[in-house]
Design a protein around this ligand. Structure first.
Ligand code: ADP
Length: 463
């Protein structure tokens, strides 16, 4: 099991404690203000309230809170690993100091009858949630011992009980049955709460540490995957380059042979050589696409500029007109006259996207079929606001529904397309999807076997 880093605050919950320090200092200012204002107001109604002692206590609290504030400011620029153990120690010191102050306030506001005894319950809950289980036990022992000693000192007269007329009475503070009864209920509440919160927090911490370990494992696996992916791309790239030169040499030798001895060779041999030349051309195309894909996956800066897709598609359709006519396929561009559809991207890469889709649509059409390229701006408020849609639709061989999910995977070709033509590498759509996604868009496909396919490219529109 991988171990966690050896810092004092390892889990998100512990890190939250770090953020709580400033909160703790802020809360203390409020508490000090409440002591001072409460003492001033209380002494007005209860002359027995030791105003001077309470004000001195407030001043003492203000001094140490100021000191803590400055220490905290000095620690802030330090790296986490250095400051966290110091902060953790500081929190424990602060909490202990707060309890001593609270104990004094309790004594001066009625001892065993002081309503401020509730603050100990609140403090204990905070320790159980934010500090270690060991510290919570220490806190529980401290509160029980310190309050017992205070109640005993007041009961025996070692400390003069503070009686506030109408609120507390010295008789109660010195009545042992009352003290024992109160202590039983008060302490059992504290113990039960510490046990309950302790067990809840233990299981929460265990789960948190487990989640942290899982996250670390996932991050490691992710990093390994990323490295393996980069290695695969590097391999694809160098393999493509290595294969390209012997292939080019074989092709030029073949054409030299055809030029010098072509006419003297028997027809059967010329036929074989023609097929070899065709295969070599196919292989050159495949290597070219493989290199293109590797280049695309490597990433890198793309010089984007504003491209008007209408003009780009018109040019492309003109180029493909001849090939489509040869295959007896009708080509048409459908767009609203005068409507500009601009996107941001590299014109050559965008051209490659639509070239792939258009050449596939023509390639997988049957004679007499039609290919329609639709260009439109999706209205704002539609399903895709602020987008330009290019839809390349054909009436060709189509794609079966169960093959659609694999369509954009490298080297995938459907059985129907293999039967229809031997030409194809299965890399064009993988490249197309990468190019579209790099331009911030997405590509969708709808198809029905034997009825045709529609590829929709959605790109963010620029004004
Ligand atoms: P290829 O070079 O084989 O055309 P692509 O990556 O461009 O490679 O396409 C992958 C596969 O998707 C094709 O081999 C074909 O099976 C299927 N395909 C792509 N476009 C169409 C289309 N318009 N109609 C039918 N099948 C298509």
């Amino acid at each position: 099991m991988p171990s966690l880093p050896p810092t004092a605050f390892r889990t998100p919950l512990e890190s939250a404690t770090l953020a709580r320090v400033t909160w703790l200092i802020g809360m203390r200012w409020l508490f000090i203000l409440a002591i001072v204002l409460g003492a001033a107001a209380g002494s007005h109604f209860h002359p027995d309230l030791p105003l001077e002692s309470l004000l001195q206590l407030g001043a003492l609290g203000a001094c140490y809170n100021l000191l803590l504030h400055f220490i905290h400011l000095r620690l802030a620029p330090l790296p986490d690993a250095r400051k966290q153990p110091i902060i953790k120690g500081l929190i424990q010191v602060q909490v202990l100091a707060d309890w001593l102050v609270l104990l004094a306030v309790i004594h001066w506001t009625g001892g065993i009858e002081s309503p401020l005894l509730h603050f100990f319950i609140f403090h204990l809950a905070l320790s159980a949630v934010f500090l270690s289980p060991g510290f919570t036990i220490l806190a529980l022992a401290f509160i029980i011992t310190a309050t017992s000693l205070l109640f005993a000192a007041e009961a025996t007269g070692l400390l003069a009980p503070v009686a506030l007329r109408g609120l507390t009475s010295a008789a109660k503070q010195q009545s042992w049955p009352y003290i024992l009864n109160f202590c039983f209920w008060y302490f059992s509440t504290l113990v039960l709460m510490a046990l309950l919160l302790g067990s809840v927090m233990r299981s929460l911490r265990r789960r948190e540490e487990e989640a942290l370990r899982i996250r670390q494992r996932l991050e490691k696996a992710n990093e390994e995957l990323r490295r393996a992916g980069a290695e695969r791309i590097r391999l694809m790239h160098s393999m493509g380059h290595e294969l390209r030169s012997p292939l080019a040499a074989a092709q030029s030798m073949l054409s030299a042979l055809e030029l010098s001895h072509g006419l003297q060779l028997p027809t059967a041999v010329r036929g074989i050589l023609g097929r070899v030349a065709g295969r070599l051309a196919g292989l050159t195309g495949l290597i070219g696409e493989l290199l293109e894909l590797a280049e695309e996956r490597r990433g890198g800066a793309v010089a984007a500029r504003r491209v008007e897709l209408g003009a780009l598609l018109e040019g492309l359709l003109e180029e493909y007109g001849e090939r489509a006519r040869e295959q007896q396929v009708a080509l048409a561009l459908e767009r609203r006259p005068g409507e500009e559809a601009c996107v941001s991207g590299d014109p050559a890469r965008l051209r490659r996207v639509f070239e792939n889709l258009l050449s596939n649509a023509v390639k997988y059409s049957r004679p007499g079929g039609a290919v329609r390229v639709g260009l439109r701006r999706l209205p704002v408020g539609d399903e895709e606001p602020g987008q330009v849609e290019v839809a390349v639709a054909d009436e060709g061989i189509g794609i079966a529904a169960d093959q659609l999910p694999r369509l954009f995977a490298e080297f995938y070709r459907t059985p129907q397309s293999r039967r229809h033509t031997a030409q194809g590498t299965g890399l064009g759509l993988a490249i197309t999807r990468d190019l579209v996604e790099a331009a911030g868009g997405r590509i969708l496909v709808e198809s029905e076997l034997e009825r045709g396919s529609t590829f929709r490219v959605l790109l963010p529109r620029v004004p």
